[in-house]
Design a protein around this ligand. Structure first.
Ligand code: ZN
Length: 491
């Protein structure tokens, strides 16, 4: 990935860098699809059909831009699509075959390796069975000063700061778990296997998962979150000093750069939040400094690059650790969980408006509108209930139980978006609001509906409409489930 204008950062590597990446489809260990890879546990064979289906049939090898130009410039044959020239930044004439012949030597190694996740647990004093998880991966394609070690440095600094607080007598109310994942670059294998292994425990006890991958890849704060966490994230950024402007907070510079709040969502499958949110339905956050960086996944992702370009004074690292660590503290210590489902409702309404514009009049979004209405009224009631319980002085068992009951509903509501049948893109992905869809789809939400719209263009019209309508119903039922869980009405 080469970002024009940032090229100075890459130095000599600008056109000579080779971007590594996995070509495996989906996430997790291919030998244990849908269950945890454990020593002595069930594992498919390397030659199993299901395993080979996860890998491309054609040998694949990343090359540098310099090398690609040399190869492409030598091709004749029918003219290349204009996008090729646009993307590459040099003239690509033909698509071949020939006249040049290319010698391609590929040495693939197919072997099973052992990976290690590492955890640090601070046991909660009052509610040890409720978990706040902070995660970052530890494996890197090359030196990994940005990806992932900037995040690892931040995680270690949070551990250091929490340890200092504990020496002064602090203990969190709920348990805080620091997670260092292995094999993220190969398809989120470390985190995915762990989530698969602990699905029921996480499903009933995990409050939130806070992910940081590349903590610092340049200037400017960026965040992605599930919408009930937006408000908390915004509040926290008001408490942390901006790393590039001593007079301002992270919040001030962040909103200035975006003309307001810009929190993206988590539909991608590009870091370890994917199994937590898209498979287990756990509210999640992902954040970083710097939109992208030119030496991504190349041998130039080094300490030298970080010191010269990414974060010369390491103050962005400090800010990233500050936001991340404070987020976890609030989630671990607040008596009532700081989740805002009214905000989730507004986001869903926005999605339905966009969807309505994409659809022709024969398809009804009414089921979605109705279920969002139900969620909105429940979210409003819950907000009042939370205010009342926060102000309430009741100590002892009755107060504890009332707060715990509300917190459980707040914690479990997100799980309602999960659907056992999963997404058309892959059944393993269970979340019907955020998840992957075919790359040609036009939206970053409701992946099942988006995929149905894309497919319907290739079907007889009645059939296509019916499949879109079915996907709309599935999402509507999921939203209703969320409303039911959040409302907590007795059956
Ligand atoms: Zn990474």
């Amino acid at each position: 990935m080469y970002t024009e204008g940032d090229a100075a950062g890459a130095g000599a590597g600008r056109r000579g860098g080779v971007e590594r990446g996995t070509v495996m489809r989906g996430v997790g260990d291919p030998l244990s699809p849908g269950w945890a890879a454990l020593e002595g546990g069930e594992a498919l064979g390397l030659d199993d059909e299901e395993v080979s289906a996860r890998f491309p049939k054609v040998p694949s090898l990343p090359v540098s831009a310099e090398c690609a130009e040399m190869i492409l410039a030598s091709l004749g044959g029918p003219p290349a699509p204009p996008e090729w020239t646009e993307t590459m930044g040099f003239k690509v004439r033909g698509v071949g075959p020939g006249p040049t012949a290319l010698n391609f030597t590929y040495q693939g190694e197919k072997k099973v390796a052992t990976i290690h996740n590492v955890f640090a647990v601070i046991r909660g004093l009052e509610e040890p069975d409720r978990y706040i998880l902070l995660g970052n991966h530890r494996d890197a394609w090359t030196y990994g000063a940005v990806d992932p070690n900037s995040g690892t440095a931040a995680l270690l600094d949070i551990a250091r700061r929490y340890a200092l607080m504990m020496q002064r007598g602090w203990n969190p109310r709920r348990s805080i778990i620091l997670c260092s994942w292995d094999a993220e670059e190969f398809g989120m294998i470390g985190s995915t296997e762990w989530v698969e292994q602990n699905l029921m425990t996480l499903g009933s006890k995990a409050i939130a998962y806070l992910n940081v991958d590349c903590a610092v890849q340049g200037p400017g704060f960026f965040a992605r979150a599930t919408p009930q966490l937006d408000e908390l994230l915004i509040e926290i950024t008001k408490k942390v000093k901006d790393p590039d402007n001593k007079e301002a907070t992270v919040y001030e510079m962040w909103t200035k750069a975006n003309d307001g709040i810009d929190i993206q969502r988590l539909s991608g499958i590009d870091s370890d939040y994917a199994p937590f949110l898209q498979y287990a339905g756990i509210p999640s956050v992902d954040m970083y400094y710097g939109k992208d960086f030119p030496v991504y996944h190349t041998a130039y992702d080094t300490y030298d690059w970080m010191v010269n370009h990414g974060d010369p004074f390491f103050q962005r690292h400090v800010a990233a650790a500050g936001v991340w660590g404070l987020l976890a503290l609030r989630l671990a210590d607040d008596l009532i969980l700081p989740f805002n489902y009214l905000n989730y409702t507004n986001q869903l309404r926005g999605y339905v408006d966009i969807l309505n514009n994409l659809l022709d009049g024969n398809i009804s979004v009414h089921p979605l509108t109705l279920s969002i209405q139900a969620l909105a009224s429940v979210a409003k009631e819950v907000e009042l209930e939370a205010e009342k319980l926060s102000a309430e002085q009741t100590t002892g068992e009755p107060g504890v139980l009332r707060r715990r009951a509300l917190n459980d509903r707040l914690m479990l509501a997100e799980r309602g978006f999960l659907d056992a049948d999963g997404l058309p893109y892959g059944q393993w992905f269970k979340h019907l609001v955020y998840g992957p869809s075919d790359y040609r789809s036009r939206t970053s939400f409701f992946p099942g509906i988006a995929e149905a719209i894309w497919r319907s263009a290739r079907m007889r019209s009645g059939e296509g409409q019916a499949s879109i309508q079915h996907e709309i119903w599935r999402v509507a039922r999921a939203i209703q489930r969320v409303a039911d869980v959040l409302g907590g009405r007795p059956l």
